[in-house]
Design a protein around this ligand. Structure first.
Ligand SMILES: Cc1cc2nc3c(=O)[nH]c(=O)nc-3n(C[C@H](O)[C@H](O)[C@H](O)COP(=O)(O)OP(=O)(O)OC[C@H]3O[C@@H](n4cnc5c(N)ncnc54)[C@H](O)[C@@H]3O)c2cc1C
Length: 256
């Protein structure tokens, strides 16, 4: 994806997407990139140098200036798939935590791991968090199925913010219950946690989604001013009917 028409007054039509074969002259692979120390090569991520690379015009996808249409079309479904996979990873991590709870080989201070109050509460909290996250993703998937990807924008953003954050917390709790072993390759937990952490960034950082959701929510503020005026009117009517003296709550009860 590259900027093909920087002066276009429509900023969403400035970019185009082309397929560039990896053996095209002018491409140099500088290095593979690790993700938090994990090697995702060869299908993972790399750093490439493009020097006067030329490709035939047929390599353009969809048409000139339509890169954002492609990116936006892919991102919604891509984001929700990440969230679904993360719920699956959480279930797997949670199962491992339960197994650890009843493992008779681990009895610090003579108790099973699952007999410590902190771990009993941790197990409950993990179960609750996974279950509520599953419903959020289900709602996003259902909204997309029934009303389309565009209508699912808020529900997708909601999932993309909530689920990776939930997953880092839950998997972190499972690692804690495995003690030192939980941080080594003798459990899949560190790699699962890394996946959850990188999904907080990949396909759009959660901060950007929060920013978007927050801005959209603020658009409702004006309507709430009107609603509050109606509450105030009701309150004044009630005070009058009951022969009481209406109070003024400065700042939150606009003039009616
Ligand atoms: C493992 C992995 C795989 C990836 N795979 C792909 C891929 O397949 N295809 C692809 O195109 N990209 C991919 N990416 C790139 C990814 O989409 C970007 O890294 C991500 O969108 C953030 O963009 P950036 O790195 O330019 O960060 P920046 O835009 O520089 O953002 C840095 C930080 O600034 C803040 N910020 C930025 N914008 C806003 C905003 N609008 N509101 C509030 N805060 C904001 C956030 O805290 C954010 O984390 C991948 C990244 C990773 C880590």
């Amino acid at each position: 994806m590259g900027c093909s028409d920087p002066d276009n007054s429509n900023k969403w039509a400035r970019h185009s997407m082309v397929i560039v074969p990896t053996n095209a002259p002018g491409i140099t692979q500088v290095r593979n990139l690790t993700i938090m120390g994990y090697d995702h090569a060869p299908e993972g991520h790399g750093e490439y140098l493009y020097e006067n690379v030329r490709v035939p015009i047929e390599n353009m996808i969809l048409g000139e200036g339509r890169a954002f249409e492609i990116a936006q079309g892919r991102l919604g479904p891509g984001r929700i798939h990440h969230c679904m996979r993360l719920i699956g990873q959480c279930e797997r991590a949670y199962e491992l935590a339960l197994i650890r709870c009843i493992d008779k080989r681990k009895t610090p201070r003579g108790k099973l791991i699952g007999q410590f109050d902190s771990n009993i509460e941790r197990i409950a909290q993990m179960r609750l968090e996974i279950d509520q996250a599953r419903l959020v993703v289900l709602n996003a998937a259902d909204t997309m199925d029934v009303h389309g990807n565009k209508a699912g924008r808020y529900a997708i953003a909601q999932s993309k913010i909530l689920i990776p954050n939930m997953a880092t917390r839950v998997i972190d709790g499972c690692m804690q219950m495995y003690g030192g072993q939980g941080l080594t390759q003798h459990t899949p937990l560190p790699e699962m946690w890394t996946y959850a952490r990188f999904v907080r960034i990949a396909d759009g950082p959660d901060s950007a989604h929060r920013h978007q959701v927050g801005r959209d929510e603020l658009k409702a503020a004006e309507a709430f001013v009107e609603r509050n005026k109606e509450y105030r009117r009701k309150y004044l009517r009630l005070a009058e009917d009951m022969g009481g003296k209406a109070e003024t709550f400065w700042g939150i009860t606009p003039d009616v």
